[in-house]
Design a protein around this ligand. Structure first.
Ligand code: PDD
Length: 286
């Protein structure tokens, strides 16, 4: 089955979808994106992603390509056309193109480019990695200073994943001024004596949609949460650790820079939070 994608108002076979070589997303990573997961054919936390998309666009003074209602309609139609039961929808909005390369923004008449495509991932919720837990290494965080804007500048996170792979691990946690910022494509947490610790929101990290939901659900389940800076060494001494993202939900971490946490298997709090998150999110899915 050929995947149907969405480009600037049209639903097309992926082989026919085209974007200009002058598009600022291509030339300058002048683009923002969202990844929304699909479970049981429904969108998880669509509202959260739509709100963050608007925030990213506003922060970069980029025009909204369409209304939230139209966005939901496009997401739903792509899920139906591509028969997605479990997977992800990738959405990207760029500042468009006025037919040349220039550091100066194009004129206000230039239309943003909007592209959406689906990724079919059967077994996303029942992931083998979540049963085993993942291993992370630490790397320096050398990204730009506005990590709260979800831009497509993903070269360093991509290099970070490759560094982890080379080291025989699954992912990397980034460290700045001695403190963990976040994972290459997720937010980072550890648990010590029953308390969940994660870095507070600022422009240093992406304001994860999954993070927000998980912290709310943790509080509702009477789990203690502390938002503060923490070091790799502290996380290595933790009872357990985990990461959150739209594509991995709550993913247990069992090893940090070669140090095994607890008995080396996913911890009870990470496992419980994953269950609660999947349960609650499915109930609220649209
Ligand atoms: N990444 N931090 C970073 C740097 C991320 O790239 C992501 C998401 C997150 C988690 O945010 P959320 O819970 O809203 O997915 C945190 C997506 C999944 C990606 O790039 O594929």
């Amino acid at each position: 089955m050929t995947r149907t994608v969405y480009v600037n108002g049209e639903y097309l076979p992926e082989t026919e979808a085209k974007v200009s070589i002058f598009d600022r997303g291509f030339l300058m990573a002048d683009a923002v994106y969202e990844v929304t997961s699909v479970l049981n054919g429904k969108l998880i936390d669509f509202d959260g992603h739509a709100v963050r998309l608007k925030r990213s666009l506003d922060a970069l003074d980029m025009a909204e390509p369409c209304s939230k209602e139209e966005l939901l309609e496009i997401h739903r139609k792509l899920v139906t056309l591509n028969e997605i039961e479990e997977g992800m929808i990738y959405l990207q909005v760029t500042r468009g193109s006025d037919g040349d390369r220039d550091f100066v923004f194009p004129s206000d008449e230039t239309k943003p480019t909007i592209v959406l495509f689906t990724q079919n991932k059967p077994g996303l919720a029942d992931s083998p990695a979540a049963k085993k837990g993942i291993r992370v290494i630490s790397i320096d965080d050398v990204r730009w200073g506005r990590r709260d804007i979800k831009t497509t500048q993903l070269l360093y996170p991509s290099l970070g994943k490759m560094m982890a792979k080379k080291a025989g691990a699954d992912d990397a946690w980034m460290v700045e001024d001695g403190h963990v910022t976040e994972g290459t494509s997720n937010n980072a947490y550890f648990v010590k004596d029953g308390k969940i610790v994660t870095r507070p929101l600022s422009s240093d990290i992406l304001h994860g949609i999954t993070r927000k939901a998980v912290l709310r659900m943790a509080a509702e389940a009477q789990m203690a949460v502390e938002e503060r800076l923490f070091t790799i060494e502290e996380a290595q001494q933790a009872d357990e650790a985990f990461v959150t993202s739209a594509s991995t939900f709550v993913m247990p971490v069992v090893e940090i820079d070669g140090q095994i946490l607890g008995d080396g298997t996913p911890g009870p709090i990470a496992r419980r939070l994953r269950e609660i998150y999947l349960d609650e999110s499915l109930k609220a899915a649209v």
